[in-house]
Write a protein that binds this ligand. Structure first.
Ligand code: SF4
Length: 279
């Protein structure tokens, strides 16, 4: 219920014209993707998302540099968007510090989702504390319990899910659309910085004094759980430091973004980004 004299997010959504009250689905996602492609600023894109999608829109942040840029945009342009992160129990201390710094800088709360304690206990009893190193199946089971299942709980009931994916990040992300219909979660998945280059991203972060994980300056362009992330060497792929002991064909993904194919065939297929570690 709103306080007297205030208009909350639900009131604002109720006041939208019927044409803006999209029910979701592939066609709504396609229309939103085209609309976002015609906008250039992150703030305009985020406002367009909340205008187009009635109901809860949620943002999953890993607290990496891409997600920090999106968080900045949300705080400045669309604070009604729900923000959550997944605490796997295996994060770097620097990642948790980024979480607290972000809440302090932007004056918002980030929902922290934890894995089910019994599922973690059973997994560790079966595979061992570092069992994910012994087999790809073990690793995927760990990511499923510590990441995928908590994420599924976090997005349940949401109509839109925002991520910080960029096409340059890896071959597997080269065709990430601005928006697509996520069949599994029955919502529109939105990637508002899909077309950003690394240079754009770094300029945006510097220009806006956005707090970022200090590990980025120590050779970690992509930061996941501590035992599954290492710094990369000059010339290595951005995601080479994730599960580096596994064969490349396993995709270096944890299952969070293994949704349906893009519905935006115009999404640019850009080359895999290789870069030197940020020093
Ligand atoms: S990244 Fe490693 S520690 Fe984290 S959930 Fe996946 S396998 Fe487990």
């Amino acid at each position: 219920m709103s306080l007297p004299g205030t208009v909350d997010a639900a009131d604002q959504r109720a006041a939208k014209p019927a044409s803006a009250q999209s029910a979701g689905g592939p066609e709504a996602a396609r229309a939103l993707s085209e609309r976002l492609a015609n906008l250039t600023s992150l703030k305009d894109r985020l406002r367009a998302v909340t205008e187009a999608i009635p109901g809860r829109v949620t943002f999953s942040t890993s607290l990496g540099i891409e997600d920090q840029a999106v968080l900045h945009g949300i705080a400045k342009a669309a604070p009604e968007i729900d923000v959550f992160t997944l605490d796997t129990g295996r994060h770097f201390p620097e990642t948790l510090q980024t979480l607290e710094d972000s809440e302090n800088v932007y004056g918002l709360k980030i929902r922290v989702m934890f894995p089910d304690a019994k599922e973690v206990e059973d997994l560790v009893a079966r595979d061992g504390i570092f069992g994910f190193r012994n087999a790809v199946a073990n690793r995927k089971a760990c990511c499923d319990i510590r990441k995928v299942r908590p994420l599924n709980r976090a997005v349940a009931g949401a109509k839109g899910w925002i991520t910080g994916l960029r096409r340059e990040q890896s071959v597997g992300r080269a065709e990430v659309p601005f928006a697509s219909w996520d069949v599994e979660h029955e919502l529109i998945k939105i990637n508002p910085i899909a077309d950003w280059t690394l240079e754009q991203l770094e300029s945006f972060v510097a220009d806006n004094a956005i707090p970022i994980n200090e590990l980025h300056a120590k050779g970690f362009p992509s930061i996941g759980c501590q035992p599954c992330t290492r710094a990369i060497r000059p010339g290595e792929d951005v995601r080479a430091g994730r599960w580096w002991w596994e064969a490349k064909e396993n995709g270096q993904e944890c299952g969070l973004h293994s949704g349906p194919a893009s519905i935006n065939p115009q999404a640019a297929a850009t080359a895999t980004e290789t870069l030197a570690p940020r020093q």
